[in-house]
Design a binder for this molecule. Structure first.
Ligand code: C2E
Ligand code: MG
Ligand code: MG
Ligand code: MG
Length: 291
């Protein structure tokens, strides 16, 4: 009996130790840990005017700087972050980081600099979004930045009274809405009407086939025509070649893609891209010195 009791105890002890130390962590648990450790970091990709190819803004793209796995692309963790609701505090984290870094260098930003964040559908029903946008804009002198929220039509956005009221308040703050990956979802045209979208981003799958497939060119031309009739700004994303840029020049408002720059960490973006004459007025900590 003694032996039986002892083996029972040791098996129980082993189970408890496994649960405490060796148990595989769930992806959600791992995301929550990473959020605490501030491992989600903002990368910025330049947005240029299509006519002059001058820098007019940037899109913020999230990366996971994992201690073991290195840099993780958003496609691999955003779906779980959305399912768990953690996407809301994660987005808040990168909005705060981008706001801090860019506001410290706002003397170097061209006026009306567009900064766009990708926002998940769940976030669009959450009043925290309004507070976060207000806090972001409050860091800048009026007119310095244009805050853009990118929504994808693959998300099922519901035009319920709560969401619509939130969007109206965002609009009153001057926040713009962009429809991302336009052409890849299902209810895009309804969205344009219901949510008072300001901007269309033509999906890179169409842009990538310019010059090689006339069907994609027809789709692009028709989206451009639609956007023009609706008075929307147009972004062509995923521009990789000079001939794609030339095809779109004068047709769309903005261009974005590897041809003009890959996404880089926010501080690197500032160092490389925001080098005006006022850069020297910033000390090593990034705080503005008196002129
Ligand atoms: P997206 O918002 O459509 O972002 C554009 C994606 O295209 C980015 O991929 C960008 O790195 C990539 N890209 C830009 N230029 C080119 C190009 O010339 N060629 C090619 N092949 N690709 C280009 P990334 O950073 O991997 O992001 C993928 C998607 O993850 C984003 O697509 C967006 O839907 C989502 N995402 C990224 N950051 C966030 C975020 O903070 N919140 C949410 N909710 N989603 C995010
Ligand atoms: Mg986007
Ligand atoms: Mg508006
Ligand atoms: Mg896109």
């Amino acid at each position: 009996f003694g032996l039986w009791l002892l083996s029972g105890f040791s098996a129980g002890f082993a189970c408890i130790m496994w649960w405490l130390l060796g148990r595989p962590r769930s992806p959600i648990h791992e995301l929550a840990r990473a959020l605490q450790a501030r491992e989600f970091v903002p990368f910025l990709q330049p947005l240029v005017a299509s006519d002059s190819e001058q820098l007019v803004g940037a899109e913020v793209l999230m990366r996971w700087q994992h201690p073991d796995a290195g840099l993780i692309r958003p496609d691999l963790f955003i779906p779980q972050a959305e399912a768990s609701g953690l996407i809301v505090p994660m987005t808040d984290l990168i909005m705060t980081e981008v706001g801090e870094v860019l506001a410290a260098r706002q003397a170097c930003l061209p006026d009306g600099f567009h900064i766009s964040f990708n926002i998940s559908a769940a976030h669009c029903r959450d009043d925290r979004l309004l507070r976060e946008c207000r806090a972001f804009l409050a860091r800048f002198t009026p007119g310095k930045v244009v805050l853009v929220l990118e929504l994808t039509e693959r998300d099922l956005l519901v035009a319920d009274p709560h969401t619509l009221s939130l969007f109206r308040q965002l609009d009153a703050l001057g926040v713009q809405l962009a429809m991302d990956d336009f052409g890849t979802g299902h209810s895009s045209l309804v969205y344009l009407q219901q949510f008072h979208v300001d901007m269309l981003k033509i999906d890179k799958s169409f842009i990538g086939r310019i010059g090689t497939e006339s069907l994609s060119e027809h789709i692009v031309d028709n989206v451009i025509d639609l956007g023009g009739r609706l008075g929307l700004a147009l972004v062509a994303e995923g521009i990789e070649t000079r001939s794609q840029a030339d095809y779109l020049k004068g047709k769309v408002t903005y261009l974005q893609g590897y041809l003009f720059g890959r996404p880089v960490p926010v501080r690197q973006f500032c160092d490389e891209r925001l080098t005006g004459n006022s850069v020297s007025a910033i000390d090593a900590e990034g705080t503005l010195l008196a002129p």
